[in-house]
Design a protein around this ligand. Structure first.
Ligand code: AMP
Ligand code: GLY
Length: 423
């Protein structure tokens, strides 16, 4: 089979690493890819939103299956565009990807179908939002409705902060049109866990759990980022919690989307919070998480192509999804200054140390070739993943492997997976 993966970050590198292990695959292309992905796939210089060019390329190369990985093209209808041209594509169509594309939509869906989530109201008028905030309990959470690179969420401790937040999202349009509608939501406390689920429209099968670290600094300080590291599985996501989520969250969500005429096929990412009052949905994403994919996929035993095809064909019930009985930790190596401002083009050394080392992976997030050298090309540069028999061993291995890599301004968090010490 010939495969085209749309995207070019660490998540796509992890997906392509899994695809490259499938005996069914003869050739992999990636648009646009990056310097690490180029080891496994032929990278083509087409952007993820250039649907006409992507479709023309897929036709020309007689691609058997396209995998659309990032949120923007999914929400804008990339899978629809491939399907209309008669090309098989893995991922939700636009009418289902809205579950990530609009937080107001997803909150209304949860309310309508009784899926546990924080209490909320949607607003399109900033004056109404402020009136509501004047009588609300603090802290409180403001969320821009649309896609905002995972950054459109403000946690406000005082009324003044909340009022400034309304201005930032709805008036100053800090997140662009994503802030035309805003969700105001009850603040919850508890452990966060990410559960990515394969879906074929009727059947939903959760993968092993993971936990992300969104803040830039140690001890969950600093600005929100795309994710500074992950571990899998989450020791806090017990069998009882999994059973509860299956009955009260996963199955009801897939059924709700079907009932709304928005059949969901692809990966449904459930961002959950285990609160003192039970498990609640923080957010849905319509895709693999980044950097969750970098710890979940290395632990998956199945041929990923079989699973992708079952999702498209509606035969996921026939798949026995299996994960290794081990653990994985991913530490993101960023360029100091991320997520605000940082240098690009810094030469990276040590990447070859990972070759042929079982259980160690270096997933490229923001890299490119400069001549025959690999240089940094983004804020998040690399994701160093290691497996181990348990989380403690995986964390030790991952941090040891971060030392194999050098580049100027290399920055990482030193407490990825610290939560496991508190079990
Ligand atoms: P989201 O993009 O909706 O997942 O929000 C980003 C992050 O903000 C989450 O991972 C949580 O850490 C935090 N967050 C979002 N909603 C809430 C909430 N209702 N209560 C507390 N924290 C929240
Ligand atoms: N790691 C969070 C996300 O992919 O949205």
């Amino acid at each position: 089979m010939k495969i085209l993966v749309v995207g070019g970050g660490g998540r796509e590198h992890a997906i392509i690493t899994s695809i490259s292990k499938s005996s069914k695959v003869s050739k992999i292309y990636c648009a646009p890819g990056n310097a690490g992905i180029a080891d496994l796939a032929e990278c083509v210089d087409i952007g993820v939103m250039e649907f006409d060019k992507l479709v023309a390329f897929a036709k020309e190369k007689e691609i058997d299956l396209v995998v659309v990985a990032p949120d923007d093209p999914l929400v804008a209808g990339a899978v629809d565009a491939f399907n209309e041209a008669g090309i098989r594509a893995f991922g939700p169509k636009a009418n289902a990807a809205i579950i990530e594309g609009s937080k107001a939509f997803s909150k209304d869906l949860m309310k309508k179908y009784g899926i546990p989530t924080a209490a909320y109201e949607n607003f399109t008028d900033p004056d109404e939002a402020i009136k509501y905030l004047e009588t609300a309990d603090m802290p409180i959470v403001l969320k821009a409705d649309g896609l905002a690179l995972g950054k459109g969420v403000l946690i406000c401790n005082t009324l003044e902060e909340a009022k400034a937040g309304v201005k930032e999202i709805m008036l100053d349009k800090h997140f662009g049109n994503a802030g035309n509608t805003m969700v105001i939501e009850e603040f919850m406390t508890g452990r966060e866990v990410s559960v990515l689920c394969f879906c074929d429209g009727k059947t939903i099968k959760p993968m092993t759990s993971a936990q992300d670290h969104k803040r830039a600094g140690d001890g969950d300080t600093g600005l929100n980022t795309g994710g500074m590291g992950t571990f899998s599985p989450s020791p806090f996501y017990t069998k009882e919690i999994d059973e509860y989520c299956m009955e009260h969250i996963y199955k009801p969500t897939i059924a709700a989307m079907s009932a709304e005429g928005r059949e969901f096929k692809g990966v449904l990412f459930c961002g959950l919070m285990i609160t003192p009052k039970g498990v609640k949905v923080l957010e849905y994403n319509a895709r693999f998480g980044d950097p969750e994919a970098q710890v979940v996929l290395p632990r998956m035993k199945n041929d990923i192509i079989d699973v992708f095809e079952a999702c498209i064909d509606g035969t996921l019930d026939k798949i026995d999804l299996q994960f290794e009985d081990n653990a994985a930790v991913c530490v993101v190596l960023a360029s100091d200054g991320y997520p605000v401002s940082y240098k690009k083009g810094l030469p990276i050394s040590g990447l070859e140390t990972f070759k042929d080392k079982d259980g160690y992976y270096v997933f490229h997030a923001g890299t490119k070739f400069d001549g025959d050298k690999i240089v940094t090309n983004g804020g998040r540069v690399l994701g160093v993943t290691a497996t181990g028999k348990d989380l403690f061993e995986a964390r030790k291995n991952a941090y040891a492997a971060t030392e194999w890599i050098s580049f100027d301004n290399k920055y990482m968090r030193h407490d990825i997976g610290k939560a496991i010490d508190e079990q």
